[in-house]
Ligand binder design. Structure first.
Ligand SMILES: [Zn+2]
Ligand SMILES: [Zn+2]
Ligand SMILES: [Zn+2]
Length: 328
């Protein structure tokens, strides 16, 4: 069983000691219809009139985190560590093995968005989870081993580092200006126009000012809204589906591998803020980040470093001196 460890210098949590089980190579895609027995049973399925699933979610067969693990926060000297409590689920987005987001119909993307929304809302009911992260790695160079269209859902008792930094910067901006940082980004990008890919009534698609990857794009709602999962307006949701497909068509024109991550507000029930501190809902603004990949820019965007070996084992291996004369 692995554990979460906090890096004392950066504050970043990592997972160490999670041994990957070797998946049995059967030559059969475990996510295709007819192979359901190769995956754990569904948590939730959306079905057609004949009872066939269209989108399904189930616990990952090889999870990074376990729902039955205990949080068990403890210290080792002044280092912090805890059990790998969390949830790791897979969402199979489509029956078709070969479709990509660019070729999805509006109704198909719409079901995926519904499933994301449902899983976030359900997992946020568990007050042990500070965050629910949705991400997707598409293409071999992102580290995705199964081509069949699917996403990951991670629920964790800690905030992913990237999100923590976004929250911190958004809070600082709010404390100084009493405005939401991403709302300011939206107004400036619309004013400058230079990085805007598309702009619709409710959404802005931009290449961020400090893009990490070529063709990186963010989809940002133009009106302030902290949570991806709080769709109050049907029109906005419908427009998001259109914008999402349109954006993925543009991305797949230039890159065949990409990572997608949904950044929504943390689980408010699990994160106490002081009475006088600004509220997360005031300063955090949801968005989707799409990071196209090439070999030279490979980096997984699941935002957790997971290391199969324990650092203690690594040190033991490196400690052995194999230079001439053997151990000294
Ligand atoms: Zn398949
Ligand atoms: Zn905002
Ligand atoms: Zn973000």
């Amino acid at each position: 069983m692995g554990e979460f460890r906090k890096d004392a210098l950066t504050g970043n949590w990592v997972v160490v000691g999670v041994k990957k089980l070797k998946r049995q190579e059967t030559g059969v895609c475990p996510f295709c219809p007819g192979s359901e027995h190769l995956t754990p049973p569904s948590i939730r399925e959306m079905r057609d009139g004949q009872g066939n699933w269209l989108v399904r979610s189930f616990p990952a067969a090889n999870p990074i985190f376990q729902i039955e693990a205990s949080e068990n926060k403890r210290a080792e000297g002044f280092y912090d560590k805890m059990g790998t409590l969390g949830a790791h689920e897979i969402i199979v987005e489509e029956r078709s093995h070969t479709k990509t987001f660019a070729t999805f119909e509006a109704a198909e993307i719409s079901r995926v968005i519904d499933m994301y929304t449902e899983r976030i809302l359900d997992l946020k009911k568990d007050k042990r989870f500070k965050y629910v992260q949705i991400y997707k790695n598409h293409g071999e160079i992102t580290g995705s081993l199964i081509f069949h269209p699917h996403s990951h859902v991670l629920a964790t008792p800690i905030l992913p580092h990237q999100l923590y930094l976004e929250l911190l910067n958004s809070q600082n901006h709010y404390l100084q200006k009493e405005r939401c940082l991403l709302c300011d980004v939206v107004s400036q990008e619309i004013r400058q126009e230079r990085r805007v890919v598309t702009a619709s009534r409710h959404f802005l698609v931009v290449c961020p000012f400090a893009s990490r990857m070529a063709f990186e794009v963010w989809i940002i709602p133009r009106r302030h809204n902290p949570s991806f999962e709080s769709w109050m307006d049907e029109d906005v949701r419908r427009e998001f589906v259109e914008v999402y497909i349109d954006t993925m068509r543009r991305i797949e024109r230039v890159r065949s591998s990409y990572s997608i991550v949904v950044h929504t507000s943390p689980n408010m029930a699990a994160c106490q803020s002081g009475e006088r501190a600004p509220q997360v809902s005031d300063y955090f603004h949801w968005h989707v980040e799409i990071l196209p990949r090439t070999y030279s820019q490979y980096k997984r965007e699941d935002e957790f470093y997971t290391v199969p070996e324990m650092p203690e084992e690594g040190a033991a291996i490196l400690k052995i001196d194999k230079t001439e004369g053997g151990n000294r």
